[in-house]
Design a protein around this ligand. Structure first.
Ligand code: PEP
Ligand code: MN
Length: 262
């Protein structure tokens, strides 16, 4: 169902007055984790000022270590909803439990399925049973064929509002946190009709190469880029090393726009 052979036209994701896919790329930004009302509000105000329409922020955090910050859960979703309403932003947040898929639409506009859950088939099926748009992340070591099949799980249950996001894969290279697979973008665009985005933060884990990687993603045909922004990255409860602060975000976004690719 997700194949271009089945449907030639691009799938568009419509979030009220914001559309993802179909030719005008979007920048999605926000903190790794929702940590507090003030933290999210500070980021939202900056994003709004920059003209950003979709904010990300994790409330359920699938962390490598059980001793790391696990997120604020439903409380975090409530914060996102309140702040988004104040600033007129759309929101994306990860859901990890199939039991939360239905209630997620009370709080957020897009459900993210994280890399670690790309093949959590019960979660994919639950995501397929609702109408809420889904942002599906590529698994840490997933082939493109496995990635596309994960999307097929969702679409085959009836939810056609699915976007794919490349977020880097595991390789032997240590210079970046993961290896950004740029070739995934044109391949997924060719093979499927779904919007394809690139998460430059998790794929590189490095603030110093985000702009060139975002430009590469857009030049390769990506429908959008996602980046992490935090008011004070050094104190962040997750991914402290890789989040941009607000002035850095403004510079990053200006540089990407200067390319004329978005
Ligand atoms: C995230 O985007 O918040 C995240 C946890 O990323 P990933 O699932 O790609 O590791
Ligand atoms: Mn993160």
């Amino acid at each position: 169902l997700v194949s271009r052979k089945k449907k030639q036209e691009d799938t568009l994701i419509s979030l009220g007055d914001v559309t993802i896919g179909g030719g005008s790329p979007i920048m999605i930004a926000g903190p790794c984790s929702v940590e507090s009302y003030e933290q999210v509000r500070t980021v939202a105000a900056a994003l709004k000022e920059a003209g950003i329409t979709v904010m990300r922020g994790g409330a359920f955090k699938p962390r490598t270590s059980p001793y790391d910050f696990q997120g604020l859960g439903i409380e975090g979703l409530k914060i996102l909803k309140e702040v988004a309403a104040e600033f007129g932003l759309k929101t994306i947040s990860e859901i990890v439990d199939p039991a939360h898929i239905e209630l997620a639409s009370d709080y957020i506009d897009v459900i993210q399925i994280g890399a670690r859950n790309m093949q959590n088939f019960e979660l994919l099926k639950a995501a397929g049973d609702v109408k809420t748009p889904i942002l599906l992340k590529r698994g840490l070591a997933a082939t493109l064929d496995e990635f596309v099949h994960a999307a097929e799980y969702i679409v085959s249950r009836g939810n056609t509002q699915v976007m794919l996001i490349e977020r880097g894969i595991r390789t032997y290279e240590k210079a970046t946190r993961n290896t950004l697979d740029i070739s995934a973008v044109p391949i997924l665009k060719q093979e499927t009709h779904l919007p394809v985005l690139v998460d430059v933060t998790h794929s590189t884990g490095r603030k110093d190469i985000l702009a060139p990687c975002a430009k590469a993603a857009l030049a390769a045909g990506a429908d959008g880029v996602m980046v992490e922004v935090h008011p004070d990255p050094a104190t962040a409860l997750s991914d402290a090393a890789q989040q941009l602060n607000i002035p850095q975000f403004h510079d990053f976004y200006a540089e990407v726009k200067k390319s004329g690719l978005m």
